[in-house]
Design a protein around this ligand. Sequence first.
Ligand code: KIV
Length: 320
Amino acid sequence: MTRSVRVPDVRARKGARPIAAGAAGRPAAQGGESAPLVMVTAYDAPSARVVDEAGADMILVGDSVAMVVLGYEDTLQVTTADMVHHVAAVARTRPRALIVGDLPWLSYHVSREETVRNAAALVRAGAGAVKLEGGRKRLEAIRAILDAEIPVMGHLGLTPQSVHALGGFRVQGRRLDAARAIVEDAVALAEAGCFAIVLECVPDAVARVVTDSVPVPTIGIGAGRHCDGQVLVYHDLLGLEDRHVPRFVRRYADLRSAAVDAVARFVADVREGRFPSSEETYHMTDELAEALHLYATPEGAMASASEGPVEPGVRVAPPR
Ligand code: KIV
């Protein structure tokens, strides 16, 4: 049984660089401490078990749940209650990976009290840390949460909760002033006490300068190879989501096609009489079946054959 990943373990991986091929499958607690950090999103128990068994260091219960699970067009529709629901499902699997709960839009924008209560709700649901989006504008919220002893992960670059203000899901920091602002935001977040910072959709040169400028790990998504770790969304990585695939996504499987194919074969098997087979069916002895058949026919309908409940799963043909 390996020890679970904690916030100081993540912080200690600052500066980690790729290890030799072949050793990369080892989880941090088994000797992969110097390797780049790996975070993958998960939103329920099955996805959490997959991500944890695969050896990721952190499970992000992201507000991307809004888009990849709940069918919304953006992340603005989910509430703290929604996030609590999903964090709790992930936490019930008791993963080795650190659970990071995403604070949804408007859960840390209104007041200090609301911010702390919402962060605490995610911790009570099982998160070991929370993530929030934004730079210097969010320092007050970050300090309030840290004051309540809750570790905070920052998120800069493309911050999807600002989709309307940014004018869409676009690469950020392409101009010099915007790039400098991201670096300054990152330094401010690290100084305030964030234990790690997600950098989303920024040019690799920006990610490199940020990574070199802060003493905490940067975790990139669409930010190139110079970060201290990488994060991908579960549904993108597995090819479960194919409506919009950003260029930074590497698909390691095509589970959507595999799932459609599997369900289509089930549909055909039922329609063409191949499902269920005898092996997939509960049976009773021929004698009992005959007695039951007599009972169920019009001639035998009056006979009392109530010998107790039928075994679950046994289907009795309706009287003909
Ligand atoms: O919600 C999410 O999945 C995220 C990642 C894209 C970092 O914030």
